[in-house]
Design a protein around this ligand. Structure first.
Ligand SMILES: [Zn+2]
Length: 500
C-alpha cells in the first residue's frame, strides 16, 4: 500500500476520468485545497467535528476526517429566526472544495437541504445515499430552489438574490454527483473507507450509516443514526438496531418522551373525526409533505377500511406530496400495501382547493405545512379558523414561535396573514404520528451495541431531550455519552475532547 497522498492520486485520477470539463476544473481545485490542508494538519486518528444539529434539531452536518480524506455526514438546513438561520446556512466552517464525499442519511431538508449551496461554493465530490433518497432529494431540493427563486424575484433580485442559497442549476449539479446504493451493500469509498446503509425506518430511503476505516494500521468505525423511525407503527420497515462502533452518533429528538400507541392514536382520531362530522364541520390536518403526509394518509385509510373512522372523502392539498407519492409507488416493496378501496383525491389547483375547502359537506383535508407556518394549510385555516364546527388536528412537532404553537395556546384569537382571527375552530394534537423513535425505541435499538461501543455522541435534540437520553444511556451502561456543542470535535479511539 502506498502513502495516503499516493492513494489519493489514484482515486483522483479515477474520478477525473468520469467528469465533464467543468467537473474536472472543480476536482483540480478540490485537489489543490486538500494538498494545502494536508500540509497544514493531519490528525493522527480519525476525528469527527459537529457543525449542526448540536443541542438543536436542525442543520444536521458532521465532518469526519480520516488522514487526508474529509467526509460530511449530512448537509442540512438550519431553521430558526431568519437572520440566524441565514448566517448559519450561507457559510461553512470548512472549505467546501476540500470535501471528498457526503454520506447522506435521508431526504428531509434538515439533513440534505444545504447540499446545493455546498456545490455552489466548490464541492465536487460524490454524494452517497440510497436509491429512494436520491429520487426524493431531487424533488425536495427542486422545490426548495423554486421557493427561494420565487422569494428572491418577489424582492426584486434579478440574479442569485442575497437571501437565496442556490438555484436549479446547483440542484441539478448536486443530483449529478449522487451515487445511489442498496441497503446493506458494502460500498468501497476509497482504499481506506467503506460504508454501509442500513434501513432506519424513519422515512422512505432513510438510513443508519456505518463507516469502517483503516488508518495507520488500525481499524476504526463510526455509526451515524441519521433519524431513527418508530417501532410498532407499521408502514415503513421497522428501524434496524444500531451497529456497535468506536463512535456512535445518535439522534435524540424524542430522547426523553414516549409516543402514543397506535391503538391510542386510532381512538383519539375516531373521537375527533366522529364529533366533527356530527357538527357538520371539516377536519384539517397540516402535515409535512415528506414522511408525515404519507403516514397520515395510510392510517386514515386503514382506519376507515376497518370501521374505526367514518368513511369520508379525503382531499390532499400539496403538489410536492403528490410528486413524493409517485416515488413511494416506485418503491412500494418497502411499504405496507396501500388500502386501495379508500381513495384520496389530490387537489392540483387553487380553484380545486378553494372549492373543497368551502363546500359544505364534511371531509378530511390534509394540507402541506406541518407547523402551519406556510404551505397550503394557511389558506384552509383562513376559511375555517372561526368555524366552531371544524377541527384542526396537529400531528407534527410545533416549534415555540410557530402558528401551530399559537393554535395550541388557550387564547381566543390568533394572528397570521396580517390579521387577527377569532380562534373558534377546535384544536387537537395527536403526537403518535411522529416519524422519530421515542426513548423506549432508542433503548431497544442501542441495546445490542452496548458491549462493544466506545463513545456515544447525542445530536438532533433539544437540551431537555439530550439530558434525558444521556441519563438513560448512562443507566444502560454506556460509559462515555455526551451532547457536543457546535464546532466541538471528538477523536476516535481517544477520550480527548477538543474545541475548534
Ligand atoms: Zn428526518
Amino acid at each position: 500500500m502506498g502513502s495516503p497522498e499516493a492513494k489519493k492520486c489514484k482515486h483522483f485520477k479515477k474520478l477525473m476520468s468520469k467528469r465533464s470539463r467543468h467537473g474536472r476544473e472543480k476536482l483540480i481545485n478540490r485537489y489543490n485545497v486538500q494538498m494545502k490542508h494536508l500540509q497544514r494538519t493531519r490528525p493522527d486518528q480519525p476525528t469527527v467535528t459537529f457543525f449542526g444539529a448540536t443541542q438543536s434539531v436542525s442543520g444536521s452536518m458532521h465532518l469526519l476526517e480520516v488522514g487526508p480524506y474529509r467526509f460530511l455526514l449530512d448537509c442540512g438546513l438550519h431553521r430558526g429566526p431568519r437572520d440566524e438561520a441565514r448566517a448559519l446556512n450561507s457559510r461553512f466552517s470548512f472549505d467546501p472544495a476540500s470535501i471528498d464525499a457526503i454520506f447522506l442519511s435521508h431526504a428531509h431538508m434538515d439533513h440534505c437541504g444545504n447540499i446545493p449551496n455546498l456545490v455552489r461554493q466548490g464541492f465536487s465530490g460524490t454524494i452517497y445515499c440510497t436509491h429512494a433518497t436520491r429520487d426524493l432529494i431531487e424533488v425536495m431540493l427542486q422545490d426548495s430552489a423554486r421557493i427561494q427563486e420565487r422569494e428572491s424575484s418577489f424582492r426584486g433580485y434579478s440574479r442569485l438574490g442575497s437571501s437565496q442559497l442556490y438555484n436549479m442549476d446547483h440542484v441539478q449539479e448536486a443530483i449529478d454527483y449522487c451515487h445511489s446504493v442498496d441497503f446493506d451493500e458494502t460500498v468501497v469509498v476509497n482504499p481506506s473507507v467503506n460504508i454501509r446503509f442500513i434501513d432506519s425506518g424513519h422515512i422512505l430511503g432513510s438510513a443508519i450509516i456505518y463507516i469502517s476505516m483503516r488508518h495507520q494500521d488500525r481499524n476504526y468505525s463510526v455509526t451515524f443514526s441519521g433519524d431513527l423511525g418508530r417501532q410498532g407503527v407499521p408502514y415503513l420497515s421497522q428501524p434496524s438496531p444500531l451497529p456497535a462502533a468506536d463512535l456512535v452518533i445518535c439522534e435524540s429528538t424524542y430522547g426523553g418522551k414516549t409516543h402514543e400507541t397506535l391503538a391510542g392514536m386510532a381512538e383519539k382520531m375516531s373521537q375527533l373525526v366522529t364529533k366533527t362530522v356530527a357538527r357538520g364541520g371539516k377536519v384539517l390536518i397540516p402535515a409535512f409533505s415528506l414522511g408525515r403526509t404519507q403516514l397520515v394518509l395510510h392510517y386514515l385509510r386503514v382506519w376507515m377500511a376497518s370501521g374505526i373512522l367514518p368513511r369520508l372523502p379525503i382531499y390532499v392539498d400539496s403538489p410536492l406530496a403528490r410528486e413524493i407519492d409517485l416515488i413511494h409507488k416506485k418503491y412500494h416493496d418497502y411499504l405496507e400495501p396501500e388500502v386501495t378501496e379508500i381513495p384520496c383525491e389530490w387537489l392540483m389547483s387553487d380553484d380545486d382547493a378553494w372549492y373543497r375547502s368551502t363546500h359544505r359537506d364534511p371531509c378530511i383535508l390534509v394540507a402541506s405545512g406541518g407547523m402551519c407556518e406556510g404551505g397550503r394549510i394557511t389558506q384552509h385555516l383562513k376559511y375555517h379558523i372561526d368555524d366552531p364546527r371544524s377541527t384542526i388536528i396537529l400531528v407534527s412537532y410545533q416549534s415555540p414561535n410557530s402558528l401551530g404553537a399559537q393554535l395550541l395556546t388557550p387564547v381566543p384569537k390568533v394572528f397570521f396573514h396580517g390579521h387577527t382571527w377569532n380562534k373558534w375552530i377546535e384544536v387537537a394534537e395527536v403526537n403518535g404520528f411522529s416519524g422519530h423513535a421515542d426513548k423506549n425505541d432508542i433503548d431497544v435499538l442501542l441495546r445490542d451495541a452496548l458491549a462493544t461501543t466506545g463513545q456515544v455522541r447525542l445530536v438532533h435534540g433539544e437540551i431537555p431531550q439530550l439530558m434525558a437520553l444521556t441519563a438513560q444511556l448512562q443507566q444502560m451502561g454506556f460509559a462515555n455519552v455526551k451532547a457536543p456543542h457546535r464546532n466541538e470535535s471528538v477523536v476516535l479511539g481517544a477520550e480527548v475532547f477538543q474545541s475548534r
